[in-house]
Design a protein around this ligand. Structure first.
Ligand code: SF4
Length: 134
């Protein structure tokens, strides 16, 4: 689980209320970018842990990402991890609070062939048309 914390969203809401919609949007976008950087950092941790053992890594996966895995199961992930320790909570419907947070699971083991964490988009049903493919 990664998060940029609550302050960015609070400031974005303040800017929005003050009529500074563009500033709020830009700050929000910076938050999304920050979550992406944290996910990449998490990839490196998984890759290094695997490499130390001579293993490989799987794809980055999370509830709500691919069809067949409901976002509501973020709740289960939140229960398995001590997400409160990093200031994150999960709503009944699986929304992470702060919203600039993300969960990810990466398999590591001797059967995985890749040394780099793969994108979930490689396994997604809508990857041919998705504008968020990465
Ligand atoms: S292709 Fe789009 S919907 Fe599918 S996992 Fe990637 S970003 Fe998500």
């Amino acid at each position: 689980m990664v998060t940029v914390g609550p302050r960015l969203e609070a400031e974005s809401r303040r800017l929005q209320t003050a009529g500074k919609a563009l500033d709020a949007y830009m700050l929000d976008s910076a938050g999304v970018f920050g979550v992406g950087l944290l996910l990449q950092k998490s990839h490196r941790i998984a890759e290094e842990e695997a490499a130390e053992r001579g293993w490989g890594v799987g794809a980055e996966l999370a509830p709500g990402q691919l069809s067949g895995w409901s976002i509501a199961e973020q709740l289960l992930v939140g229960q398995l991890l001590d997400v409160a320790a990093i200031g994150v909570s999960v709503t009944e419907s699986g929304i992470l609070i702060p919203q600039k947070s993300a969960s990810l699971m990466v398999g590591i083991g001797p059967e995985y062939e890749s040394s780099e964490v793969r994108s979930p988009c490689e396994y997604c049903d809508v990857s041919d048309t998705c504008r968020f493919r990465h």
